[in-house]
Design a protein around this ligand. Structure first.
Ligand code: HSE
Length: 436
């Protein structure tokens, strides 16, 4: 059978790993797919850069749109990144010229996924994006195909390798946030602008895609509440450990009576849960589907080889002639997403603040919590070990509260009242607890 001819736009870490994997697995791929897979053209900025792979036999393009329209390719692989600009223009050009597209671009899909899926449908070609979420973890196929017959109630996971790497090294080795970030950048995990990772936007883009696949909604990053990990202090990681928790940046999408709640924020997870065992750059996704026990997929969530592995599985599907609706159903059947208000989120909370070290403080805090019907699972007031800390000298002590399930609105109101009472100083740290 004729080979499947592939054109790749973007030959960075992922593109180079993909070319190497296709070459290394040539025979195995041909046997599995029933036809060979050949990279015939590439598009990249610098022709002279050494990428560790042989590009000599490939046709060279400097314009990704021209590559996308090249009649000599069957599949256009987009590995440039960016929600708009050349990536979007090239993907649109490929689809409208009847070529299947494989992309790892979560930003593009979270923003324009529905329109692109409609274009793929119109031209009867594939739009595959396994690599956009969780790199090597086959989560897109699991939701779209493996669980096509299940009603999903909740999907949550560690979707950003950089953040998990930082939190793990801070917790296990006591390293500073900045030091861990620098290492994540050196290892090629972080986005070009690491604020995207740290502030939770990368996780939100991935969550928008997963929520669409899980709940049949239109991918829409704007429907997601987002908080990053930059406020997490070593004190939170230590306190979490002592209280039987770990802090992870989670993306969570769940069915609620108010709609699909979608949120990204640092989260306390029980230390004995499977998600808490996930360390370093590893990602994990848990799916709660009606009538069956939760399913957790764990694997490498960032890096060249891990991402290329997912891109290659998408190319293999096209070589085999497999084509699914990109978001698991025809685009006309995708529903508008209703943003569930965060104030109505319900769950347990970890709250840490500096409290005035005077008689009556505990009573005032207890009263404010009781007014909002917040019940406490534990309360810890601690003095710094050894010499008094600055805060203790200034007449305040660190207090940590763990609440039973309550609402976000109640917590915010209670903390605002406590602040007005002037029994705490500074901004309280609030971390939601996820049941798992
Ligand atoms: N910056 C991303 C991460 C890369 O750290 O997970 C994979 O999407």
């Amino acid at each position: 059978m004729a080979p499947l001819k592939v054109g790749i736009a973007g030959v960075g870490t992922v593109g180079a790993a993909l070319i190497a994997q296709i070459a290394a697995q040539r025979e195995a791929l041909a046997a599995r797919c029933g036809r060979p897979i050949e990279v015939v053209a590439v598009c990249a900025r610098s022709k002279s850069k050494d990428r560790g792979v042989d590009l000599k036999k490939m046709k060279w393009f400097s314009d990704p749109v021209a590559l996308a329209r090249e009649p000599g390719i069957d599949v256009f692989v987009e590995l440039m990144g960016g929600a708009d600009g050349p990536a979007k223009a090239a993907v649109e050009a490929a689809l409208s010229s009847g070529k299947s597209v494989v992309t790892a671009n979560k930003a593009l899909l979270a923003k324009h996924g529905v329109k692109l899926a409609a274009a793929a449908e119109k031209h009867a070609v594939a739009l595959n994006f396994e690599a956009a979420v969780g790199a090597a973890i086959p989560i897109v196929k699991t939701l779209r195909e493996g669980l096509a017959g299940n009603q999903i109630e909740r999907i949550y996971g560690i979707l950003n390798g950089t953040c998990n790497y930082i939190l793990t090294r801070m917790e296990q080795e006591g390293l500073s946030f900045a030091e861990c970030l620098k290492q994540a950048q050196q290892l090629g995990y972080a986005e070009a602008d690491p604020a995207f990772d740290i502030e939770g936007h990368d996780t939100a883009q991935k969550l928008a895609i997963l929520a669409s696949l899980a709940f049949g909604t239109k991918a829409d990053q704007r429907a997601i509440y987002v908080e990053g990990i930059s406020s997490i202090a070593a004190a939170d990681l230590t306190a979490a450990d002592e209280l039987g928790y770990r802090v992870k940046l989670l993306g969570v999408a769940m069915r609620t009576p108010q709609g699909i709640e979608q949120r990204v924020h640092p989260t306390m997870v029980r230390k004995d849960s499977s998600i808490a065992q996930v360390m370093g750059v590893t990602n994990a996704v848990t799916i709660d589907a009606k009538g069956i026990n939760p399913i957790t997929l764990v694997g490498p969530g960032a890096g060249g080889a891990a991402t290329a592995s997912a891109v290659l599985s998408d190319i293999a599907d096209i070589a085999r002639g497999v084509r699914c609706a990109p978001f698991g159903r025809p685009t006309a059947k995708l529903k508008d997403v209703r943003k569930a208000p965060m104030q109505r989120h319900e769950g347990g909370y970890y709250i840490r603040f500096q409290a005035r070290d005077k008689p009556g403080t505990a009573a005032t805090i207890a009263t404010r919590l009781a007014e909002q019907e917040i019940s406490l699972e534990s309360i810890v007031q601690r003095h710094a070990k050894g010499a008094p800390s600055e805060e203790t000298k200034n007449g305040s002590v660190p207090v940590i509260l763990i609440t039973y399930a309550t609402s976000e609105d109640a917590v915010r109101k209670a903390l605002a009242a406590v602040s007005r009472d002037k029994v705490i100083s500074g901004r309280p740290q609030v971390i939601r607890i996820e049941k798992n």
